[in-house]
Design a protein. Sequence first.
Length: 654
Amino acid sequence: MCLVEINNNNLKPIASCAMPINNNLEIKTNTPFLKKIKENILEFLLINHPLDCPICDQGGECDLQDQTRIYGKDYSRFLNFKRSIENKNCNPLIKTLMTRCIHCTRCIRFITEITGTKNLLNLGKGLEMEIGTYINTNFNSELIGNIVDLCPVGALTSKPYAFKTRSWELKSFESIDIFDAIGSNIRIDTKNSEIIRILPRINEEINDEWISDKIRFAFDGLKIQRLNTPFININQKLIPISWKKIFFIIKEIFKKIKSEFLIFLNGNLLDSESLLLLKDLGKKIGCKNIECKQDKIKIENDFRINYLTNINLKNLEKIDCCLLIGTNPQIEAPILNLNLFKTKFNNNINIGFIGPLITLNYNFIYLGKKLNSLLQIIEGKSFFCKFLRKAKFPSIIFGLNSLKIFFNNKIFLNIFNILKNMINIFTFNWNGFNLLHYNVSKISSLDFNLQSSYNSILNYSNTSIEKNLRKFQLLYFLEIDELSKFIINKNSILIYQGHHNDKITSKVNFILPGSCFTEKNSTFINTEGRIKNTKLIFYPPGQAKEDYKIIYSLAEILSLNFNFNNNFNLKNRFLEICPFFNFLNILITSFNLFIINKWLFFHSNFHKLFYNFSFFIIFTNFYCTDSISRASKLMNICTIYNKNSNLKLDTLSL
């Protein structure tokens, strides 16, 4: 449909997308001859395409409908029977109607060049041609839902969206993906009081036009297992209670417990407003135990460079050598992994990996799973060192969970210092050190310094790295997913503030129902340090409240004077602590170097204690990583499907 006429070629039209521009060209785009040619091409494309627009989920957003309205004829000359192709049941997320396919091959190019799975191809020739797989294989990718947006004719559509509504009936809201630390831009389409679908918004600096399957399809978890009223646990039974009564009881408890025996623990889905109020609440009551280290990792936050992914996601295309340490980017950050695959696909760079053996959608050099492998690189004994030394733009990506192996933060900083001196990880315009976070609230927590005393709370030993909270009499959990990772005194009082009835709720004494990201105007910071916003789409269900309002109400009950009581004033409070909060969606780069005291790194005790410690990966299941995705029926179906790919999809009904 991009044919044009050129002055020096009167024999046939030229495809403008493939024609180089030269001097003195006279290009015609709208002549009777071109119009006739485009009509014929469109008629040819529609020879076998069924006339089922009234029942097609692509209706209203179909490229073929738009082209037909402009160039199509009002009658058909094709009198034979249209061919039909059997549909493929290849994924619990994608609905296929292959009779509609016009063989544009967009899905094949996406599968091959973007996801790297390579299990979708053209089969047959001529009239027998169809798109499918050689054998009955399935689509296994964290980004496979994007082929729904690519398909121009409705041959590939979304199963959860099928036959629900029309595009012109939807109301759209802008938001971000809070299921990982990338913060991809999304569009939430709603009808009445229900989310119908979630689509990507184009952002060339972060996610281009792609989003992960988790944010695209897990929205059904936002209305399942929701906490909509305060509860009190009496004899292992949760009894509903009013806000007034539960706040009165909590007030009396706070009065009886000294601040040194109180701890606040914040989780992975909290917005910056709630974290800031939590910091001020702890300061007002004299509590220094405000903790974001559920992953048991202490990070030096004097400079933001210490805890950010310092390479802009788009700059991943520039790197010529990459070392992954204790991270699985395909699960922890699919959008970042997409850019890594793109760089590998286009430039064939060397990617090294240290950690437990995993499968990625590109080839990598496996260097081992123990700290010994990293020490060999530091000492220059590993063959991978030659790739790092030659690289002009090297990159090292530490998984946040990999830092658990460094029980002493000073050890980690000196490992980094040696790596920095060995290769050109820092230059005038390049910073190749990256710490990849897996949750969206970690950067805000570090910006606000919500890290309590390292040695007083964490109890590390050679055999156990569990969090020791036995000394605390009152524990306040904000969005903490589960209790099994903590060692807690049986007589301690537990308060949980969150939005889902998850693993922790049956074990706490008090439950304060909070709000999800679609139910508040809130601020998040992604792993690059960008400021991102979500919008209030629905009000929280029942008696649930926005998280920052619950914390503010608690401060009022305790007679603490806060100078701000609404979201607008909170934004001004942000600027008092961190001036960069004024730069919405803008990347603030920093090239400050570490200031590290000299410390003997290579000594015998270090080798004896840590030489054989293994790196490990925090997530093995992409689909169920938090309270929202665990509540999603569709994400649980995907989990079962991935564990047993031979399972027939007919048994996994929606």
